[in-house]
Ligand binder design. Structure first.
Ligand code: GLN
Length: 559
């Protein structure tokens, strides 16, 4: 196979959470802004076969690709930064590598040989990365999860070390991200952790070509010189990555440090014929930093203590804000506390004035399991009754349907069978139990599915097209047996599957914005192209804020 691509391997040291994924994604954006075709991948050293079954509390959101891959949340950053769709195979874990190798061994593919980490596991890892290369791709950027020194990372480091020999030295660049901490008592930035981290990488046979140093301030040239000498990289390949107020500024900061030029030269990319054009990204960052208004959006969730669990939702809300020139003040509300919040705000006249009232908009995100569901239904009801713009995502749509069923269709105790297996009115149910509907097998509906929208509805107008496709990750669906009852009660089905059997979008007519989708549109939102449903939620939230307190909304008038 002819491998046309060049490869950048991004490793990290010293500490986790240094922003390796964002650094890799930012490099991707810079190379794309030079007109190169970029794809990205993540090698995750943990043993889980994929992150699909991992607890969001521990690992953050599960990002879903078009082809239904349940992947690490870094793939979301990659897609948002390089504005290219990735695939299930763009994320590889130790567990998935081992399960393929063991399956091959069971099939006899190794002809009775002893199956070992080197070469069998390392070959499998290299194959996965090479498969991402094609005639259409100039550069594959591959992030290795974890930090050098971790036990599980060793086979991955060995694979990327071998990779350079396999595809040629001019086709591979090793980028290492470290931390340069500032120690207040001595009043200095310290390079020792970087030195140790590079020593650790070298002990695996990898000499980094570029060292990106995370620090709170730009590194002075003296410090860069020191790192250059001690770690044996040219001084221009010591890149300072300063903390940024918005993640979308990082590509610009790394451009100022010349990162794309260094990497381009190392990979012998034709930089002369690929001048960079960052104008649209600069324009985006200008908008990020100059909002003229601010809106308060409540996210009613279960994993609110770890906002990473809702990373794509958060970013999609921000994108909606960028579109309207608004900053988004997110209030994380634990779903289980919603009824307490409402009862605390109960007034003598029976009305409720609560924290929810102070919101300009509400998002009810996806989720699994019963905990907090009644709170989400109560939040949907409150948003509906009080004209608060509200967007329901997946489980969010399902709780909106439960509320409409209970409150407007007179279906007492209506619920999803996921939360109440004995409910009299399973308005949301597993499809394989519906004889007249195609067999969903009770398994997860994953990845991209097409829907047909009803023209003239809010959803139809938002998208501006009749046929849309969105990514899914759920088991339950609106029960077709209840469709007409719900419609009679005022629920508008603004989009269904092309065979009209599955409800994909719902809304209410006489409400500023009460919209739900069975899909996860947050995965497709991009900073320069806010997703239409998030864009219109923020638009409606701005209107609510303006109606309530016009003088408060305009940030310029405050400052
Ligand atoms: N638990 C619900 C289902 O499986 C919703 C899933 C989700 O929100 N992603 O249908």
């Amino acid at each position: 196979m002819v491998i046309a691509s060049k490869y950048v391997f991004v490793t990290g040291g010293v500490s986790s959470s240094l922003g390796k994924g964002l650094t890799a994604a930012s490099l991707g954006r810079l190379l794309k802004a030079r007109g190169f075709k970029v794809t990205m991948c993540k090698l995750d050293p943990y043993i889980n076969v994929d992150p699909g079954t991992m607890n969001p509390f521990e690992h953050g959101e599960v990002f879903v690709t078009e082809d239904g891959g349940e992947t690490d949340l870094d793939l979301g950053h990659y897609e948002r930064f390089i504005d290219e769709n990735l695939y299930r195979n763009s994320n590889t874990t130790t567990g998935s590598i081992y399960s393929s190798v063991i399956a091959k061994e069971r099939r006899g593919d190794y002809l009775g040989k002893t199956v070992q980490v080197i070469p069998h596991i390392t070959d499998e890892i290299k194959e996965r990365v090479k498969k991402l290369a094609s005639e259409e791709i100039d550069v594959v950027i591959c992030e290795v999860g974890g930090t050098v020194g971790d036990i599980e990372i060793v086979p991955f480091l060995e694979s990327i070390r071998q990779f350079r020999r396999d595809v040629g030295k001019d086709n591979v660049c090793y980028l290492h991200l470290t931390l340069v901490p500032y120690l207040a008592p001595s009043g200095e930035h310290k390079t020792k952790p970087t030195q140790h981290s590079v020593t650790e990488l070298r002990s695996r046979g990898i000499q980094p070509d570029v060292i990106v140093c995370r620090s709170d301030q730009t590194l002075p040239s003296g410090l860069k010189r020191k790192i250059s000498l001690l770690c044996d990289v040219p001084i221009e390949a010591v890149v300072s990555a300063v903390d940024a107020a918005s993640i979308y500024e990082i590509p610009l900061a790394l451009y100022d440090e010349g990162l794309d030029t260094i990497v381009g030269k190392l990979l012998h990319l034709d930089l002369e014929n690929h001048p960079i054009d960052l104008s649209s990204w600069r324009n985006l960052v200008d908008r990020v930093y100059s909002p003229s208004k601010s809106v308060k959006i409540g996210v009613i969730g279960k994993y609110v203590n770890l906002p990473d669990a809702y990373l794509s939702v958060t970013e999609a809300l921000r994108h909606g804000g960028f579109h309207h020139g608004a900053s988004i003040d997110i209030k994380w509300i634990q779903a289980e506390t919603v009824s307490d919040i409402l009862s605390e705000g109960l007034q003598a006249d029976g009305s409720v004035s609560s924290l929810l009232d102070s919101l300009d908009g509400i998002v009810i995100p996806g989720g699994f399991g019963e905990r907090g569901v009644e709170g989400k239904i109560a939040a949907a009801k409150y948003a509906r009754e009080n004209n608060i713009p509200c967007l329901g995502l997946c489980l969010g749509l399902q709780v909106m349907v439960c509320d409409v069923a209970r409150s407007l269709a007179g279906l007492k105790g209506a619920n999803s069978r996921e939360f109440d297996p004995t409910t009299l009115h399973p308005v949301v149910d597993l499809m394989d139990e519906q004889s007249d509907v195609r067999d969903m097998g009770g398994t997860m509906r994953l990845g991209s599915y097409v829907a047909r929208l009803t023209p003239g509805t809010k959803v139809g107008n938002a998208y501006g097209t009749e046929v849309v496709s969105e990514r899914h990750r759920h088991r339950y669906e609106v029960n077709p047996k209840y469709r007409s009852r719900l419609e009679e009660a005022g629920l508008v089905l603004s989009g269904t599957s092309p065979d009209d059997k599955l409800v994909e979008f719902i809304e209410l007519k006489d409400h500023p914005y009460f919209v739900g989708t069975q899909a996860h549109p947050e995965f497709k939102s991009r900073p320069e192209r806010a997703h239409p449903l998030f864009r219109d939620l923020i638009g409606a939230a701005i209107e609510r804020a303006e109606d309530r307190a016009p003088h408060l909304l305009d940030l310029d008038s405050i400052s």
